[in-house]
Write a protein that binds this ligand. Structure first.
Ligand code: NAD
Ligand code: ZN
Length: 351
């Protein structure tokens, strides 16, 4: 079969590989729609998770089942399915402890384009199919379903990690597709003010659509200074970090109220240490909570998030700015993700 791969750090290309084998609890799918991710960019061009050798990329998409193992109960060949980016081993102790995304080791629930070949292939493998696949509702077009693999669950997880409550003033740093879904999730959770940090007009427009009330351009000066000015020196109750770099945590701590909480979902691709300011962290006593996490993944979560789309509570149309037809365009779509043209939020390829 054919796949689009990370050949080594800094290099991608089309490769030929054996079709993956289907174990008794597994499924093999072929793609219906695929999307490249900023995480693929961190992985390939920043070497963020280390060297990989001819590893097929891609962890966002939906597909059609072509084969299932003998013990798979709920899926059969021909079924159209949603597929989470994170596919945990649901019988692991980590999953039982409430951290399925770390099943088998830290971040090990993230298998596609990390520990095994990803979805940018003629065929790809799903472990624990009954726990990780979900039937694709007719009401959700495949390209929107591909946003349910990672963009929606991750943005929403940022809001879970920051523990947004009714009436909170929420700051969302970075309004690419993940940050936009954090804005949408904060609005659904009942946030009062939602301050979005971004620079590109198309993202600002989309953030407004998803419920942001105030805007900051990080190119206009330190984020924390702008937030403190906007909030009479008090800062935000909750902060979701969905963009930036190792220096962004410093800004977030400064912009957070004592007792507040930061949910980081940003993938820190570069830098050795994350530093933050001692005094603004209350000299260690400020009750400024910091949580960072990989999105949970799995079937129940993707089904629940899809319910928001099916019932019209979440409109994903604003996320997709570029549509390609044909598997061969995946390379172009990934390069777009890398180069970030100003009019792009998310490209999707339908097959
Ligand atoms: P993106 O690159 O499209 O969006 C990030 C945004 O942050 C951009 O719009 C950019 O303008 C903005 N930004 C850049 N520097 C900034 C700064 N200094 N301050 C504030 N904003 C800044 O990426 P995305 O697809 O929206 O994903 C966001 C992050 O989430 C990426 O790092 C991605 O790898 C990561 N991610 C994490 C998970 C997870 O499970 N935790 C899953 C998917 C993606
Ligand atoms: Zn992704």
């Amino acid at each position: 079969m054919k796949g689009f791969a990370m050949v080594k750090i800094g290099e991608t290309g089309w490769i030929e590989k054996e079709r993956p084998e289907c174990g008794p609890y597994d499924a093999i799918c072929k793609p219906l729609a695929l999307a490249p991710c900023t995480s693929d960019v961190h992985t390939v061009w920043e070497g963020a998770i280390g060297e990989r050798d001819n590893m097929i990329l891609g962890h966002e998409g939906c597909g059609e089942v072509v084969e299932v193992g003998a013990y798979v109960k709920d899926f059969k060949p021909g079924d159209r399915v949603m597929i989470p980016a994170i596919t945990p081993d649901w019988s692991s102790l980590e999953a039982q402890a409430g951290f399925p995304m770390h099943s088998g080791g830290m971040l090990a629930g993230w298998k596609f384009s990390n520990f095994k070949d990803g979805m940018f292939a003629d065929f790809f493998h799903i472990n624990d199919a009954d726990g990780n696949l979900a039937h694709l509702p007719d009401s959700i077009p495949p390209e929107e379903a591909s946003m349910l693999s990672d963009m929606v669950p991750t943005g929403f997880h940022g809001v879970e990690l920051a523990d947004v409550q009714f009436g909170d003033d929420v700051l969302v740093i970075g309004i690419g597709p993940v940050g936009l879904m954090a804005v949408a999730a904060a609005a659904l959770r009942g946030a009062a003010r939602i301050i979005a940090v971004g620079s590109r007009p198309i993202c600002v427009e989309a953030a407004k659509f998803y419920g942001a009330t105030d805007f900051i351009n990080y190119k206009d000066g330190p984020i924390s200074k702008q937030v403190l000015e906007m909030t009479n020196g008090k800062g935000a109750d909750r902060i979701v970090i969905a963009g930036g770099n190792v220096g962004t945590m410093d800004e977030a701590i400064r912009a957070l109220k004592p007792g507040g909480q930061i949910g980081n979902i940003n993938y820190l691709g570069q830098g050795d240490n994350v530093c933050f300011p001692r005094i603004e962290w209350g000299a260690g006593m400020g009750h400024k909570h910091i949580v960072g996490g990989l999105t949970p993944g799995g079937r129940l979560r993707i089904e629940k998030l899809a319910n928001l789309v099916s019932t019209g509570r979440l409109d994903l149309s604003k996320l997709i700015t570029h549509r390609f037809q044909g598997f061969e365009h995946i390379e172009e779509a990934l390069m777009m993700m890398k180069d970030k043209p100003r009019d792009m939020i998310k490209p999707v390829v339908t097959i």
